[in-house]
Design a protein around this ligand. Sequence first.
Ligand code: KG4
Length: 336
Amino acid sequence: MRILAIESSCDETAVAVVEDGRNVLSDAIASQADMHALYGGVVPEIASRKHIEAIAGLADQALRQAGVTKEEIDAVAVTYAPGLIGALLVGVNFAKSAAFGLNVPLVPVHHVRGHIAANYIAHPELEPPFVCLCVSGGNTLIVDVQDYTRMEILGATRDDAAGECFDKVARVLGIGYPGGAPMDRLAQGGDCQKYPFPAVHVHDAPLDMSFSGLKTAAINMIHNAQQKGEELDLPSLAASFAAAVSDTLVPRTMEAARALGYGKVAVAGGVAANSRIRADLEAACGKSGDRLYLPPLSLCGDNGAMIGCQGYYEYLAGKRAGMDLNAYANRDIKKG
Ligand code: KG4
C-alpha cells in the first residue's frame, strides 16, 4: 500500500511516499528555517505562505523520486494536529484535494504520533509496546506506546517544551535559529558542572516536567553577566544547560520504563538529536538493561516519511477523515 504523506505543522513543508508503513520511497522536505532566522523564531503568517508556495512542487518531487504515478497512490495521510493552525491548514487542504482528486481515503495523523513512528522506519524490528520520550520544539511528553494507535501520556511539561528553551537561550546568545543544534555544538568541550541550574519537581506528578524556570535562569544569567560586563564561559554554560534539560528528561523516562517493564525505550522529535540527551539515555539504558531506540538525526526533525508511516498504522486501525477534516493547534495524543 502506497501512502502520499503531507506534513506542514511548523516551518518544514514535507511530502513523502511510503510503502506499507516502513518502506520510504521518497521524502521531500523544504525548510523555511533561514527565513524565520531573520526574526529569531517562527513567524506563523510567513510559515503559512511558504507552505502554500512549496507544497504542490514538493508533492510532484516526492512522486517523481519515488517513481510512482498519482494513480498508484492508495491513500493520503496528513498531519492535522498539533501545530501552527495556519500552517497545518495548508497541508490539510492540500491533502483533502489530493484525496478527493485521486478518489482515495484521507487519513489524519497526530504530529507527535508521527515523530514516534520515525523509530519504526529506523528500526524495522521495533514494535509496541515501549516507552517513548517525545521532545520537540512544541512538545515534551513521556508516552506509553501500548500499540501503534493506542497511547497514554505518562508525563508532560507544564509550561515550555524542551526545544523551545534551547531556541530561546540560543536567541539571547545570538547563535542562530533554530537554536538546539548550535547550542549542542557550543556545548562540546564545555564543563557541564560549572553553572548549576534549578531542578524542578512537580508536586504529586513525578513524571511531569517544567522548563520555563530553567530557561529564565539561563537567560537571567546571560543578562546579568552582560550588565556587569562579566564574561561567561559559553561552552560551559551550554553544557550545563543541556545537562539540566537532560537531567529533567532522562530520569523520568527511565522511571516510566521501570514502572511499565516493557524493556524498550525510544526517543522522538527534534530534541532527540541532542548529543547529551542521547548519551545520558544510552548510559541509563545500559544500566537498566532496557533496549534503547534512537532515531538517526535525519528522522528526528519534522519530515513526511514519519507521517506516512504512522498514517499506515492509523489506516489499518480504520481511521479515516472526510472533506470536513479540520486542523487543531492542540490535540491529545491519546485521541490521535
Ligand atoms: O521536531 P522538530 O523538528 O519540530 C517540532 O515538531 O517542534 O523539533 C525542532 C526542535 C527545535 O526546538 C530545535 O532547536 C530542536 O528541535 N533541536 C535540538 C537539536 N536539534 C534540533 N535541540 C537540542 N539539541 C539538538 N541537537
